[in-house]
Design a binder for this molecule. Structure first.
Ligand code: FMN
Length: 304
């Protein structure tokens, strides 16, 4: 028997596999495909203070080994979450983490303090990295001072596990990671999507209504792995790795690079039961290589 449990701040997860925000709805939509209570955690859709319509269509396009999206944080707002979604998701027997976004610091603070009152939500993931909104979003995550400001303000009102999700659209990821660690983050997740673009040559027009969008899927994995490895060496808080994970082997690569847990995003659209297969595959890898716990492989990449 191997142990798959891992820790993110004070949050103990039964295994290191979570689903990434925006790619797994509120979890319940996937219950026909797999036993969602097997997941280490479910990170629900981006939630904002007020309802958001999202961007006009088209807002998704397939690209080589990946996809571009410009959904733009469509959701019904935090009050709707509290009244209608929370009563359902709190019944799922795994950790439910809310991904929080905002247009200004006060939006983040108000949303986080409302979620703080929900007993069965043990953590939030602060999205300071969304490339698909006009105001806020990625703007906070590409500058160390503004990243620290928003994290510091949320830390004052949020007393459970605070995960901060970083943008890969920066020159030095370690500078941002250290800034959010210094401002009180309990954990860092990375990466969000990379800013990209697709063109319809026949129409001589961009494909997405927003012109640019966020690239995800296997195409981004080498960049995500590099950033997770750099970040894990730069901070003391646990790092959660994501970006292009499609198999147990992909997930194990992130753990070896220093991630304490992983998230699965775009791969859910290809195989809605992929997360269960990744959990099983990590267990098999540990048993096969003689490790008794997943914690034994975190950051053991041999670079000599
Ligand atoms: C359709 C779609 C919607 C997304 N919505 C959110 C969101 O609301 N909040 C967030 O932090 N990230 C969001 N993301 C980013 C993913 O959570 C993840 O960081 C990114 O896709 C990289 O992982 P992947 O390559 O495994 O998909 C979204 C991604 C996609 C494809």
């Amino acid at each position: 028997m191997v142990s798959l449990s891992t820790k993110i701040g004070s949050l103990e997860l039964k295994n290191p596999v979570m689903t990434a925000s925006g790619t797994f709805g509120y979890g319940t939509e996937y219950s026909d495909f797999m036993d969602i209570s097997r997941l280490g955690a479910i990170i629900v859709k981006g939630t904002t203070l007020n309802p958001r319509q999202g961007n006009p269509y088209p807002r998704m396009v397939e690209t080589p080994s990946g996809m571009l999206n410009a959904v733009g944080l469509q959701n019904k707002g935090v009050d709707h979450f509290v009244d209608h979604i929370y009563p359902e998701v709190r019944k799922i027997r795994t950790s439910i983490i809310v991904n929080v976004s905002g247009s200004c610091i006060d939006d983040y603070v108000q949303t986080a303090s409302i979620i703080n009152t929900l007993d069965d939500i043990p953590a939030i993931e602060l999205n300071i990295s969304c490339p698909n909104v006009k105001q806020g979003g990625m703007a906070f995550g590409v500058n160390p001072d503004s990243a620290a400001q928003v994290v510091g303000a949320v830390r004052k009102v949020y007393d459970k596990t605070l995960i901060v999700k970083l943008s890969p659209n920066v020159t030095d990821i370690t500078e941002i990671a250290r800034a959010v660690e210094g401002a009180g983050a309990d954990s860092i997740s990375l990466i969000n999507t990379l800013l990209g673009m697709a063109i319809d040559a026949g129409k001589r027009k961009p494909i997405l209504s927003t012109i640019t969008g966020g690239l995800s899927g296997p195409a981004v994995k080498p960049i995500a792995l590099r950033m997770v490895w750099q970040t894990a060496k730069a901070v003391k808080i646990p790092v959660i790795g994501l970006g292009g994970i499609c198999s147990a082997t992909d997930a194990i690569e992130f753990l070896l690079a220093g991630a304490s847990a992983v998230q699965i995003g775009t791969a859910n659209f290809i195989d809605p039961s992929i997360s269960g297969k990744v959990i099983d595959g990590i267990g098999e890898y540990l048993a096969c290589h003689g490790f008794s716990s997943v914690r034994d492989i975190i950051g053991i990449l041999d670079t000599d």
